[in-house]
Every structure is written in structure tokens, then in C-alpha cells.
Design a protein around this ligand. Structure first.
Ligand SMILES: [Zn+2]
Length: 269
């Protein structure tokens, strides 16, 4: 793993597309029984795996009672004989392979290269695969200025809770690709926030927590966006302008997902 954090001379780069293909579609599966640790529950359980080539440290999602909960593989056995009906299966593995250059911006690292940390890759860190047609969203086109959140209708209580989330760095990931914004907020569960951002104006703001009013996750994202854009403008304005893209990831999230489980590779600061 070549993982580089730092500042380098600007290199002319072809703009890459942020389209993402999960690696599990190409890797050859290797059957195993794996022990998975669920940090939220503090226990480990055995699962059968016939879809992936799993290794200790991999982040996985399973079916059964713990569906949707994130677990970490702590042990892999290739020699086994089990009664298949006794075991639930591993249904997804997070793609934690991250290569590229990041820049410092407060509590987050930023990349301006759409191929380094595309939304689709970070989604595999938080979301078990779901049937895409289970959800539908709707929104109107009324917007408000990011600089002046008075146009954003929220109660005092929601504003305070959102501010707390922002200060606790719960906005794990935030990206702007052209005019389309996306974020993942770590609450009790991870939630996805989507919005449009153009000329300082926010519109089409929706959150996957499905509450019918503006929520604390949205408040946290708006505050994080304001901070990140201020830092970008101050330090990396030309890089953002050049591609119209950035992705910001919380420092602790990048470390726990992309580095903690690796035992080889390099790191430059
Ligand atoms: Zn929400």
C-alpha cells in the first residue's frame, strides 16, 4: 500500500471519473469460516463465507440477526466442515484500499482526485448492500445560502444537536462533485445526506434518516461544509476550481478504515 499524505508539486492530471466498481466483483472467492467481531455489541460470531477472499482485519457485513451491523474479521479458517444451514453468511466486504494524495483541512483530510476516495467506496464502509428500489426521495427546489442558514428551517433543539454532531466530527465523509453534494454522518446509525450546491446556495437537501423535517444530520453537514469550503478557499482554492471536485474524510475514520488493519505498506508525512 502506498499511502501518501503531504504536499507535492502540482502535476498535470487527467480528470478521472468518480464512477466506482467494487473489487469484490473481480476477486476470486476463497471459501472460509470467519470469526467476526462486532464492536457495537462486544462479541464475536462465526460466519460462512463463499463470496469473497477474506483476511483478518477486513470489514464485513453479514445476514441474519446482525444484518446491517459492521463487523471486523478477526480469524479466518480454510479447513472446516460445517452444516451450512447452521451458519449465516458474509454478504459484503468494505473496500478499504485507499491510494492517493490527501491535504490537511482541520479535522478532515481532503482529496481533489475523484478516483482516490469516491462516494461508492466509502458507502461500502458504512452500508450493507440494499435493494436500490426500496427507497424513493422527493424534494422541492427552494434553496438557501450556506453563508446564511436563516433560510434553513430548524428548531433551536435540532440546531444544537446538529452543532454537537459537527463538533464531535461525526461528518465522516463529505464530497462535492460539480453541483452534487453527498455526506455520511455517524449517528446511532450511519445516515446519508444528499444536496445540490451551486453558487453558495444549498437546495434539494435530503437525509436517509427519513424524518419529515430538517434534521440534525443535515445541520452537521452544512456546518462541516462551511468549514471545509472556507479551508479549501484559503489553502487549496485553485485545486478545487480546476476539477470542481473534492472529497473530505474525517482523519479518525480514514485511519481506522484504511490503515488500522494493514500490516504492510508505507506512509509519508
Ligand atoms: Zn437525518
Amino acid at each position: 500500500m502506498a499511502f501518501k499524505i503531504g504536499f507535492a508539486a502540482e502535476q498535470p492530471q487527467e480528470q478521472l471519473s468518480a464512477t466506482y466498481t467494487p473489487p469484490q466483483q473481480t476477486a476470486t472467492p476463497r471459501r472460509s469460516v470467519v470469526q467476526v467481531m462486532f464492536p457495537n455489541r462486544g462479541n464475536r460470531l462465526a460466519y460462512y463465507n463463499d463470496q469473497f477472499d477474506l483476511h483478518p482485519g477486513d470489514i464485513v457485513f453479514v445476514d441474519g440477526k446482525l444484518e446491517g451491523q459492521r463487523g471486523r474479521v478477526v480469524e479466518v479458517s480454510y479447513n472446516f466442515k460445517i452444516k451450512v444451514s447452521d451458519y449465516r453468511r458474509v454478504v459484503a466486504v468494505a473496500d478499504t484500499d485507499v491510494h492517493g494524495q490527501f491535504y490537511m483541512a482541520g479535522s478532515h483530510f481532503i482529496t481533489f482526485d475523484p478516483a482516490v476516495l469516491p462516494r461508492g467506496k466509502v458507502e461500502t464502509w458504512y452500508m450493507a448492500p440494499e435493494n436500490p428500489d426500496e427507497y424513493i426521495s422527493g424534494c422541492d427546489d427552494t434553496g438557501f445560502l450556506l453563508e446564511d442558514l436563516k433560510g434553513f428551517q430548524i428548531s433551536e433543539m435540532v440546531a444544537e444537536r446538529g452543532r454537537k454532531y459537527y463538533l464531535e466530527n461525526r461528518v465522516a465523509y463529505l464530497s462535492i462533485d460539480g453541483t452534487s453534494g453527498y455526506a455520511i454522518v455517524e449517528g446511532g446509525n450511519p445516515y446519508e445526506v444528499e444536496f445540490a450546491y451551486k453558487d453558495g446556495e444549498i437546495s434539494r437537501l435530503v437525509c436517509s434518516c427519513f424524518c419529515s423535517y430538517n434534521c440534525k444530520h443535515e445541520v452537521a453537514v452544512l456546518m462541516q461544509l462551511r468549514e471545509t469550503l472556507t479551508l479549501i478557499e484559503k489553502n487549496y482554492g485553485s485545486k478545487y476550481k480546476a476539477g470542481g471536485y473534492f472529497a473530505a474524510v474525517s482523519k479518525s475514520v480514514l485511519f481506522s478504515m484504511a490503515i488500522d488493519s494493514k500490516t504492510t505498506g508505507s506512509f509519508t508525512l
